[in-house]
Structure formats: C-alpha cells, structure tokens
Write a protein that binds this ligand. Structure first.
Ligand code: TYD
Length: 203
C-alpha cells in the first residue's frame, strides 16, 4: 500500500486555515478518499491536556517562558507523530493537520526568540520522519486576523499586533526561502477563492 499524504495548514491566528482544513476533509470524504483531520496542539489525550496549559485564558504567574512553551508544543507534537501520524500515513490515510512543526519555528522561534536551529532539531527528532507533502500558508494582515478572534482570547491571542506582525514576517521569510512544499495563498480573498487555490495545489 502506498503511503498517505500529509497536508498541513499554517498561518497567523484568524487567517481562516481551520475553515479550509475542514473543507478539504469534506472534499476528500466526498471523493471516497480515506482522510483524517487533527489540530495542533491537541489530537491525542496528552496533547489535549497540554493544549489546556498552552491556551489557558489567563496567563500564569510569571508568564510561560519561551523555551517551556516550545517544549510543551514539542511534547504534544511527539505524541501526535507517534500515535497518529506514523500509523495512519503508513496505512495510506491522507492526514490533514491544522498547524504542525512550522508553527513552532515562527511563533516560538521568530516571534519569541527561541533558537531556530534548536527548534528544527527537536521538531526533526519528535516527528520521526513525518514530513509534510504540502503546507498551505494562508497569509493575512494581522489586523484582519485579530478582528476574526471569537469569544474570550487565549494566552497567545492576547499577545497583540506587534507579536502577530513578527509571526507573519517569520512565515513569509520561510515561504520565500525557496521551499517547494509551501504554497503561499492570500488569506484575505474569499473562502471559495482560497479553496480553489488549495485544490489546484494538492500534492
Ligand atoms: P488555536 O486556538 O488552535 O488557534 P488557531 O485556530 O489560530 O490555530 O490555537 C493554537 C495557538 O497555538 C495559536 O495561537 C498558535 C499557537 N501555536 C504556537 O505558538 N506554536 C506551535 O507550535 C503551535 C502548533 C501553535
């Protein structure tokens, strides 16, 4: 059996990637393609527990240091790779992810200053050979992204415009560094326009 494809959606908070990930899952299901969708952080039992810490509504006393934050994301990622990605991809399932390793490079690396080589090394180790076949990067002005936040903001959404500008620039830097896996899409266009671009760039 051939290996399944790993398709990842990335972008700043409010870029619309969750909507696109769900549409892609429905598209595959309608075509009878075996496909699943998971979010990061989360997906496994431990991953969801870690998510509760990372996305708490109230910041911790003394905050959460950038290294601790990254290592928690990495721990959730390790469990996702071990329990879900590896077995499903080996079985031939197409796995869609709402965020993956690149989120740590831009949020904890570019925006919070954790050494990017260190992040790449840990990501490489914990994902154990599961590489995205495609990353759809939805680019959007952070002001538009932030205007789409719903309900009370989590710890990361509370970080403000400057932070999301850094995240956006980090994503664009990686996208412009020549990676052929990344498709850069204008997230400000309509849901259907974005989805057409997704469909025409499937791996
Ligand atoms: P979530 O509510 O899923 O937001 P979104 O719909 O924007 O993905 O929260 C995930 C948050 O965690 C989001 O603010 C990005 C952040 N994050 C990191 O900072 N580093 C990471 O490695 C990952 C996976 C997420």
């Amino acid at each position: 059996m051939s290996k399944g494809k790993l398709i990842v959606f990335e972008g700043i908070d409010g870029c619309g990637k969750t909507t696109q990930a769900k549409k892609l899952l429905a598209h595959f299901q309608a075509k009878g393609v075996q496909a699943t969708l998971y979010r990061e952080p989360g997906a496994t039992q431990v991953g969801e527990e870690i998510r509760n810490i990372l996305l708490a509504k109230k910041d911790f006393q003394g905050g959460l240091g950038a290294h601790a934050e990254f290592l928690l994301f990495a721990a959730a990622r390790a469990e996702l790779a071990r329990l879900i990605l590896k077995p499903q991809l080996e079985q031939g399932t197409t796995v869609i992810l709402d965020r993956f390793a690149l989120s740590s490079i831009v949020y904890q690396g570019f925006a919070r200053g954790v050494d990017i080589e260190f992040i790449k090394m840990v990501n490489h180790t914990v994902t154990a050979g599961t590489h995205p076949d495609k990353i759809f990067l939805l680019d959007i002005d952070p002001k538009i992204g932030m205007s789409r936040f719903e309900g009370s903001s989590d710890r990361i959404e509370q970080k403000g415009l400057d932070f999301f500008e850094k995240v956006r620039q980090g994503y664009l830097k990686v996208a412009n560094s020549g990676s052929c896996v990344i498709s850069l899409i204008d997230g400000a266009s309509g849901i259907e326009e974005v989805f057409e671009q997704v469909l025409s760039n499937l791996p």
